[in-house]
Design a protein around this ligand. Structure first.
Ligand code: HEM
Length: 344
């Protein structure tokens, strides 16, 4: 890393920050809604609960819209820098122009999707042009599918994206040239070292492919990406509607009489957490196998710390965080049951 500021202020970091923060506002708003709904159903702290619901409905509604906007922007950036992630989250095998966005389709969640088969997705319902619009901001934009990315394709600007086989050749050339450069430097052979520099520069873009053996290794788990995206966006859309209805009832009707809405408010609490986790699953599983996109695959990034040390630290953290979770939830439940303490 050359500049921390460049990393922190890169469009990707800013976008991820904004999406994570706005989606966390949703979680906060839903939490307030759930507690307030509980009070109203129990017919206690009614004034406080109604005021809280009003604030949560406003914050939640704005946050859901902002999460949708920042999420849309995230998807555009993913299309630019992690096209395989975008193809995986759409289970898009063969890409093309004017691509539609899959609303729902039957993708087996427990088995890697056979992207080479070219089979149509079962029960496929899609929104015309929406994927091209999301990825390229043009209804007729070209979106590559998994097979295009594996076999190479011609981009909108007329340049050709190499196939994985070609990238592997270039990556291996870069890795070998770098090794030769380092050796030549330590042996004081400046001429050889200088000779290697243009080879490294010419092939550096695909350096990570030097460690890849075949195309299958760079395809992430498609069903996991497909479903985590749909769970997150599905719940995000639900929250826009839910907060709008809640807002209407808070300001135009008597919300304490809408029992069904209060029950829905409590039931929404796990959904907000699930949406958040689905977002992380998509972000982290979709970028596999790259630790650094196109540069460093995970199997090269592993440190030489022993498996037993990793297992010990993992279980220590698991135990500690489970304990903290139990303590935190029991404190929250106790406080919620007790209710607010007004000044004496
Ligand atoms: C409604 C429309 C939404 C869209 C279009 C959307 C889109 C996206 C996309 C494309 C990513 C992957 C970013 C990446 O891999 O770089 C992502 C990540 C994420 N999303 Fe969403 N999202 C939406 C709603 C939500 C909601 C409702 C929540 C939670 C309440 C949420 C929480 C997250 C989180 C925590 C991440 C991981 C953070 C990151 O690495 O960017 N999203 N979202």
């Amino acid at each position: 890393m050359v500049s921390f500021v460049d990393v922190a202020l890169s469009p990707f970091a800013i976008d991820k920050f904004c999406h994570t923060v706005t989606s966390s506002w949703i979680v906060g708003a839903v939490f307030v809604v759930a507690v307030s709904s509980y009070y109203l159903l129990k017919k206690r702290e009614t004034e406080l609960a109604k005021q809280s619901l009003k604030i949560a409905a406003c914050v939640g509604f704005v946050a859901s819209l902002l999460a949708g906007i920042t999420g849309h922007h995230s998807a555009t950036l993913v299309g630019k820098v992690q096209p395989m992630k975008l193809a995986a989250m759409e289970a898009l095998c063969k890409g093309g122009e004017s691509q539609s966005l899959t609303a729902i389709a039957l993708v087996n969640p427990f088995k890697q999707y056979d992207y080479r088969s070219g089979e149509e997705l079962a029960c496929h319902v899609s929104i015309p042009y929406a994927l091209s619009m999301m990825a390229t901001h043009s209804m007729h934009g070209f979106v590559p599918g998994v097979n295009d990315l594996l076999d190479g394709y011609v981009k909108a600007d007329g340049t050709r994206e190499p196939s994985v086989a070609e990238k592997i050749v270039m990556g291996k050339a870069a890795v070998n040239a770098l090794m030769t450069y380092r050796k030549a430097k330590t042996e004081g052979n400046q001429t050889l070292a200088q000779k290697m520099l243009p080879v490294i520069r010419a092939n550096m873009k695909y350096f990570g492919y030097g460690y890849v053996e075949n195309g299958d290794q760079i395809v992430p788990n498609i069903p996991l990406c497909f479903w985590s995206f749909r769970i997150m966006v599905g719940m995000g859309s639900f929250f826009v509607l839910f907060f709008a209805v809640l807002y209407f009832f808070c300001y135009r009707k008597e919300v304490s009489n809408a029992r069904w809405l209060l029950i829905l408010g409590i039931c929404s609490l796990p959904m907000a957490y699930i949406a958040s986790e689905a977002g992380w699953v998509l972000a982290e599983m979709g970028r596999q196998p790259w630790t650094i996109q196109d540069m460093l695959p995970t199997w090269v990034a592993v440190s030489d710390v022993g498996a037993s040390s990793i297992a010990t630290t993992f279980f220590l953290f698991l135990g500690l965080f489970t304990l903290l979770l139990v303590v935190e939830i029991s404190i929250l439940i106790k406080q919620i049951k007790k209710g607010p303490e007004y000044g004496k």
